[in-house]
Design a protein around this ligand. Structure first.
Ligand code: 5AD
Ligand code: SF4
Length: 454
C-alpha cells in the first residue's frame, strides 16, 4: 500500500509561512492600482502584508514589460532571492511579464510557483488555495478577454485621499513599438453607471481626488451608450466632495475638444493633461503607426492653450526609434520648443516581443540613443525651469501629500500636478489630505518651493 502523507503534514510542509506577503510593483499607474486590488484580495484571504522579502511567506512581483529593462528587473529580483525558497517562501509573478511570458517563467525562474496576468486577479483566492496545498505551478493567464475584470470585490486603496478608478482596460491601437495590446488585451470599457457608483462611494468614504485610469482613456466607449468620456469626466467632477479629478493616459488620435470644454466648465477637473506625442516628426509617427500627424497633434495642443485656465501639459517621447534620422530628431526638439511642455518622460526605443517594429532594423546605435536622450532632457530641463519660474510669487492651492522630515518640508501637489514643497511659519501643523494655499518662493525644473500663507 502506498504511504499517504497525513494532510496536516502536507499542510505544515507547504503552507505559506504565517500567511504573510510582500508585494513590489513595477511600471505604470494601472499596475499600482492593480496591486491595490491584489493586496485587498490577499487580505480578504487572511494574509498580512509585510514590508520586507525576509519577513514574507509569499513574495509577489507585479511586473512591467513596457521596455526590456523593466522586464529584466523582475528576473534580477527573482535571482537575488532564489536561495530563500529553501526557507519555504513562495514566489509569484503578476502583471504584464506574467501575461507575456506565461509558463516560460517557470523555466527561467523555477522557484516561481504562481504566474498570473492582470485579468485573472479575481481568481487569486482559488490560486492561493492551490499554492497553500503545495502545488508548485499555478497559472492564471487565460481569461483576459472577459468583461468582468475591472474590479475585484476587494480593493485596498493605499492613499485615503486620492484613489484610482479603472474606466477602460486594454488597448486596440497597436503602435508599432508597444507591447501593451499583447499584455493587456483588447479594449473593454466599464459602464458609466458603474464608474459613477464607485466614485460616489469613494467620495462618501472621504476621498477628495479621483484619477480615472486606462491605457487609452479617450477611447472610452460606455457599453450602455449613456456618456462620452468627456461627459463621464464632467459627471465625476460634479460629485459632491470631489475636489480634483485626473485622468490618464490620453491618446492624441481620440483626444476631443470636448475634453477641454469639460475642463473649462467643471472646476474640479484638473488643469493637467498628459498627452504622449512620442515623436515630433510626422514621418516617424507614421512608422510608429500613431495614427496622427505632427499638425494634428499641435491642433490638440492649441485647444488646450486656448482653455480658460492654463492647462499644464506633459508628454512621453521615444528617441532612437528605427529609422529616426538626425532631422527627425531635430523636429522633436523643435516640438518641445513649440509646445513648451511642463514635463517630459523620455525613453530610448527598446525592441519588444510580438510588436511590429521588431521587424524593422533597429538602426540607431546605443550611443546615439543615449546622446539624443541627453540632448532632449537637457533642453526640456531648461523649458520646465522657465515655465516653473512663472509661478514665482503666485499663491497656489496644494493638497498635502506628506512630510519630508530630513528637509523639514511638507510635500504638496498643485492642480497642475506639480510638486510644491513648503514650510510653515508656526501655527497649526498641516494634515495629509488637507488643501492649503502656498506662496511660491523658489522654483526648480522639477518642483516648486513655498510657504504656507495661512
Ligand atoms: N521602447 C521605448 N519606450 C516605449 N514606450 C512604450 N513602448 C516602448 C518601447 N518599446 C514608452 C512610450 C509610452 C510610455 C508609457 O512608454 O513613450 O507612452
Ligand atoms: Fe508596464 Fe504597460 Fe503593463 Fe503598465 S500596462 S505595467 S506600463 S507594460
Amino acid at each position: 500500500m502506498p504511504a499517504v502523507a497525513p494532510s496536516f503534514i502536507l499542510k505544515e510542509m507547504s503552507a505559506v509561512p504565517n500567511k504573510t506577503f510582500y508585494l513590489e510593483t513595477f511600471g505604470c499607474q494601472m499596475n499600482v492600482h492593480d496591486s491595490e486590488k491584489v493586496i485587498g484580495t490577499l487580505i480578504s484571504q487572511g494574509y498580512r502584508q509585510v514590508e520586507t522579502v525576509q519577513e514574507a511567506g509569499l513574495v509577489l512581483y507585479n511586473t512591467c514589460s513596457i521596455r526590456d529593462k523593466a522586464e529584466q528587473k523582475v528576473f534580477h529580483r527573482l535571482a537575488d532571492y532564489k536561495a530563500l525558497q529553501k526557507q519555504g517562501k513562495k514566489f509569484g509573478v503578476l502583471g504584464c511579464v506574467a501575461q507575456q511570458e506565461g509558463e516560460r517563467i517557470f523555466q527561467r525562474a523555477p522557484h516561481v510557483s504562481l504566474v498570473c496576468g492582470s485579468a485573472s486577479y479575481r481568481n487569486l483566492p482559488e490560486m492561493l488555495v492551490q499554492i497553500e496545498a503545495g502545488k508548485s505551478r499555478v497559472t492564471g493567464l487565460d481569461d483576459r478577454q472577459t468583461d468582468q475584470t475591472f474590479e475585484t470585490e476587494y480593493t485596498a486603496r493605499s492613499n485615503p485621499h486620492r484613489g484610482y478608478i479603472t474606466i477602460i482596460e486594454g488597448c486596440d491601437k497597436f503602435c508599432a513599438y508597444c507591447v501593451v495590446p499583447f499584455t493587456r488585451g483588447k479594449e473593454r470599457s466599464r459602464t458609466s453607471d458603474s464608474v459613477l457608483a464607485e466614485a460616489r462611494k469613494m467620495a462618501d468614504q472621504g476621498f477628495t481626488e479621483i484619477q480615472l485610469l486606462g491605457q487609452n482613456v479617450n477611447s472610452y466607449r460606455d457599453p450602455s451608450g449613456k456618456k462620452t468620456f468627456a461627459e463621464l469626466l464632467a459627471s465625476v467632477g460634479e460629485i459632491g466632495g470631489v475636489r480634483r479629478v485626473w485622468f490618464t493616459t490620453s491618446h492624441p488620435r481620440d483626444f476631443g475638444k470636448d475634453i477641454v470644454d469639460a475642463v473649462d466648465a467643471v472646476p474640479a477637473l484638473c488643469d493637467h493633461v498628459h498627452l504622449p506625442v512620442q515623436s515630433g516628426s510626422t514621418r516617424v509617427l507614421d512608422l510608429m503607426k500613431r495614427l496622427y500627424t505632427r499638425d494634428q497633434y499641435l491642433e490638440r495642443i492649441s485647444w488646450m492653450k486656448a482653455a480658460r485656465r492654463r492647462i499644464s501639459i506633459t508628454t512621453d517621447i521615444i528617441v532612437g526609434f528605427p529609422g529616426e534620422t538626425e532631422s527627425d530628431f531635430a523636429e522633436t526638439i523643435d516640438l518641445l520648443n513649440e509646445v513648451e511642455y511642463d514635463g517630459v518622460f523620455s525613453f530610448k526605443y527598446s525592441p519588444r516581443p510580438n510588436t511590429p517594429a521588431l521587424t524593422y532594423i533597429d538602426s540607431i546605435p546605443e550611443e546615439e540613443k543615449v546622446r539624443r536622450l541627453a540632448v532632449l532632457n537637457a533642453r526640456q530641463k531648461e523649458i520646465s525651469a522657465a515655465l516653473n519660474q512663472r509661478h514665482l510669487g503666485e499663491t497656489l492651492e496644494v493638497m498635502v501629500e506628506g512630510l519630508n522630515p530630513a528637509r523639514g518640508q511638507w510635500i504638496g501637489r498643485t492642480s497642475q500636478h506639480k510638486v510644491l514643497n513648503f514650510t510653515t511659519s508656526g501655527g497649526e501643523e498641516p494634515r495629509i489630505g488637507q488643501y492649503l494655499p502656498v506662496r511660491v518662493t523658489a522654483t526648480f525644473p522639477n518642483s516648486l518651493l513655498g510657504e504656507m500663507t495661512v
